[in-house]
Design a protein around this ligand. Structure first.
Ligand SMILES: NC(=O)CC[C@H](N)C(=O)O
Length: 191
């Protein structure tokens, strides 16, 4: 199974390491042609506006919309979840607009810019360590989406078919279970 990590900006190396640990072959993706050989893709955390600009510049907007619409699984983490969302609070436009979620950026307030908590994530475990860094939260999910985790009543992990979004950074711990969950999704959609 070959999984790419979009490598324009953000936490790329850490995702590659976790994907390998979860059992995949993981490669950084810098050119659209590299998408052809992938079974799934991770959109990493970073700064969504910066990543979005680079996506436009290198032709990834259309290429990733096709990738997603062809049924290839995509996992967006933190800024990556913002890139996947169909709606962003306070903005008229979105980026990829593939997943039926509405997100609010920087939603946990200044005093809690970054923090780590242990929380249950459905299908993953009761004690998942989640690292939040200027994280968004998911305000609403579409009718076909499932909520997998909430923190302080806010949705922080959701899945809609072959799309998975997490508000936190699953690549910044030693726990590869959420990456493993994504690989199981990829297997399901590949067969
Ligand atoms: N750690 C992150 O990915 C932060 C996301 C960032 N605040 C954004 O809005 O894009």
């Amino acid at each position: 199974m070959k999984i790419g990590v979009l490598a324009l900006q953000g936490a790329v190396a850490e995702h590659l390491r976790m994907l390998e640990e979860a059992g995949a072959t993981a490669v950084p993706v810098k050119k659209v042609e590299e998408l052809d050989e992938l079974d799934g893709l991770v959109l990493p955390g970073g700064e969504s506006t910066t990543i979005s600009k680079l996506m436009h510049k290198y032709g990834f907007m259309e290429a990733l919309q096709e990738f997603g619409k062809a049924g290839k699984p995509i996992f967006g983490t933190c800024a990556g979840a913002i890139l996947l969302a169909k709606q962003i609070e306070g903005q008229d436009d979105c980026h990829l607009g593939l997943m039926a979620i509405k997100v609010e950026r920087n939603a946990f307030g200044r005093q809690k810019e970054s923090f780590e908590v242990t929380m249950p994530v459905a299908g993953v475990g009761a004690d998942y360590p989640a690292v939040f860094i200027r994280a968004p939260y998911i305000m609403e999910v579409g009718e076909n989406a499932e909520v997998l985790a909430k923190y302080e009543e806010k949705i922080v992990v959701a899945r809609e078919g072959h799309y998975l979004a997490a508000a936190f950074h699953p690549e910044l711990t030693e726990d590869a279970r959420l990456h493993k969950y994504f690989l199981d999704m990829v297997k399901e959609y590949r067969s």
